[in-house]
Design a protein around this ligand. Structure first.
Ligand code: PGA
Length: 259
């Protein structure tokens, strides 16, 4: 990805409720992407749509599909309900969101996320590693918490892989709290510097500076530009606003305006 290119990742979560709606939203977003010039767009729908959507993005350089999770084993009999990284890659998807706080809430641990990251890399997927604190405590312990999340997720990951990693900073207190809005750009900027410092300590400065770090949590068209500019995020991970083609279209325009 070019240095100033912004990436927008749409996390559809368990939405929408019907296939008709899913195809409608996808079609409307695709039209907006075709009118865009620079931004990279990744749609992460429920698994059911990966193959169909990936076919519809075939040959489009800046438009890709991603999954919302993978299991760490490649195949097997004892894994009812799981989907592996090679399966997701074979569907045509290129990205995978890993370690989302909503999955951590259902028992996903740092060591599970670490195994998933490694299997994603092995299958040729680009992992979007989500990290983020529950709250900002006055003692500032959350920084240590963030650092540990990054360290555990990347344990044993070779430095050559880092060019293909995206870190999504998603403070849990800012996810889906649209009434309060996203976090402030200055706070985001500080946190992104902290994340790069944590990665520099694990690898080196060059890798840390080149790392793609994006922000997620209640992003909408009112704050996207400030988060990208003042926050110095390389992109945005967008939940609710990504299901509304008009809003997501506005976000694409904003991301596209960065040269
Ligand atoms: P939100 O979700 O934009 O609806 O807050 C972001 C996310 O959870 O990835």
């Amino acid at each position: 990805m070019k240095k100033n290119t912004k990436i927008l990742v749409a996390n559809w979560k368990m939405n929408p409720e019907t296939p008709e709606l899913a195809y409608d939203i996808f079609g409307a977003i695709k039209r907006k992407v075709l009118n865009s010039k620079r931004a990279e767009i990744v749609i992460c729908p429920p698994y059911l749509y990966l193959e169909n959507f990936a076919e519809k993005t075939f040959g489009l350089r800046r438009f890709s599909i991603g999954a919302q999770d993978v299991f760490w084993e490649t195949s097997g009999h004892a894994f009812t309900g799981q989907i592996s990284a090679p399966m997701v890659r074979a569907s045509g998807a290129k990205y995978v969101i890993l370690g989302h706080s909503e999955r951590r809430q259902y028992g996903e641990t740092d060591s599970m996320i670490n195994k998933k990251i490694k299997s994603a890399f092995k299958a040729g997927l680009i992992p979007i590693l989500c990290v983020g604190e529950q709250e900002r405590d006055p003692q500032i312990n959350y920084l240590e918490f963030l650092k540990n999340q990054i360290k555990s997720a990347l344990s044993g990951v070779k430095r050559s892989m880092l060019a293909n990693l995206i870190v999504a900073y998603e403070p849990i207190w800012a996810i889906s709290t649209f009434h309060k809005g996203a976090m402030r750009p200055e706070e985001l900027h500080e946190t992104i510097i902290f994340i790069r410092k944590a990665v520099a300590d694990l690898y080196n400065r060059e890798i840390a500076m080149a790392l793609c770090v994006i922000y997620g949590g209640s992003v909408d068209e009112a704050d996207a530009e400030a988060l990208l500019k003042g926050g110095e995020a390389n992109g945005l991970l967008v939940g609710r606003s990504s299901l509304n083609p008009a809003t997501f279209g506005a976000l694409i325009k904003i991301a596209d305006s960065f040269k």
